[in-house]
Design a protein around this ligand. Sequence first.
Ligand SMILES: [Ca+2]
Ligand SMILES: [Ca+2]
Ligand SMILES: [Ca+2]
Length: 304
Amino acid sequence: MTNAEGEYSFDNLPALAGDQVYTVVIDQAASEDRLRPYLPAPAHNSGDRATDSSTWQAETIPGELHENADRDPTLDFGFVVKSYAIGDYVWVDTDRNGIQNGNEPALPGVTVELFDGAGEPVVDVFGNPVTAVETDADGRYMFDNLSAGTYQVKFALTAKQVEKYTFTKLDAGSDDAVDSDADPKTGWTSKFVLDDSNTALTPTYDRAFDATEGIDPTWDAGLTLKPDPKPDPKPGPKPDAKPGLNPDAKPGLKPAPGPSVHTGGSALNGHNLGWWALAAGLLTALATVGVAFNSRRHDPAIDR
Ligand SMILES: [Ca+2]
Ligand SMILES: [Ca+2]
Ligand SMILES: [Ca+2]
């Protein structure tokens, strides 16, 4: 077993002859727990055996280790920590069903933060602090190069966004890929684990990432528009809507059936209902025309 410094050696081996080599192999089964967070480092043919890395097994150089006390300290194995990515979408849930429907727009400019299971900031596999990101023009965000562990995402709305939006319903339906994961009260997701047990991880994604173990793209937030905060101060009929119009004409689409028009056998009686419909439309669109028209309608001369 490697010691605390990662060193190992096999001592007191018989000298080799000719092109014989010794082969060192990592016992992957016996080392399963220890190696679980790791992958072999990339093969690197630098030509410097002293500093390069072999993958799972390494051999001595043919023709060497022939003399007493010969030693080959160049059989090394580098590992990289497995890495993970998460994402990926913030959208406007127009129909408020909590599901990402195809016709619903993405929401750019939403701040997304990543924390560990204790709600503390995290660092990536390179030791760099993981800072907040904003959803892009497609409503997408991603955190890449994360180490295994427990995480939480927070969708943090600005004061302006809070005025306009509220989070849609949580965990609607049965497909994590198209639901919303932000707690409507806090904007935080539930805690989730990135490691070999995460079944949402996929290597197939429409954007590039570096994580060795894939991306879990199921951490999303849907937002719905808040109702207009300023209700109509004058609900119901608006008697002053079109000042100047004859009250008979105000309803717009239906000209008031003034008795003077329909009685007395004037020329207007010969007009059909289609004409009236056309006149009504003009009343609505052009108030001044409506006024003129009404004043004619009530011309006593025509009435008779
Ligand atoms: Ca080496
Ligand atoms: Ca929807
Ligand atoms: Ca989701």
